[in-house]
Design a protein around this ligand. Structure first.
Ligand SMILES: [Zn+2]
Length: 124
């Protein structure tokens, strides 16, 4: 696997995850009790397909920084860097492995926030 391909896939996953993070945060603020339209988090940068998830379903996936949801079949865009770990109604959950897994973990903004808090806590 070409390292550049893995980096591009990881960056793309992280970009969609950040967009969905904002959608999820907005839904949480408005206390939405219906499936929320999230953007498919597959490795195809042109994919704009919608996956409707409850906030709980989204958080289940989002809690693991290596996991993403895809429209069934879209996991092929990851070119073997991700494995399907669960099949659900209307979507699959994939987990990025190897270098791509390490990169998406490092790119997770939630991890970054925790790291910042820890870093600043030591300065006080
Ligand atoms: Zn897709």
């Amino acid at each position: 696997m070409d390292r550049l391909v893995e980096e591009r896939i990881a960056q793309n996953d992280a970009t969609f995850r950040n967009a969905n993070e904002r959608i999820g945060a907005a839904a949480g603020v408005y206390d939405v009790n219906m499936p929320i339209p999230f953007i498919c988090e597959c490795a195809d940068p042109t994919c704009m397909e919608i996956v409707r998830l409850d906030l709980d379903q989204y958080e289940e996936i989002r809690a693991n920084s290596r996991r993403f949801f895809n429209i069934p079949g879209h996991e092929a865009a990851a070119q073997g860097t991700a494995v399907v770990v669960a099949q659900r109604e209307g979507y699959v959950i994939v987990e990025e492995t190897g270098l791509t897994g390490d990169l998406v973990d490092a790119l997770d903004e939630r991890n970054r926030d925790e790291g910042l808090e820890q870093a600043t806590a030591g300065e006080q």
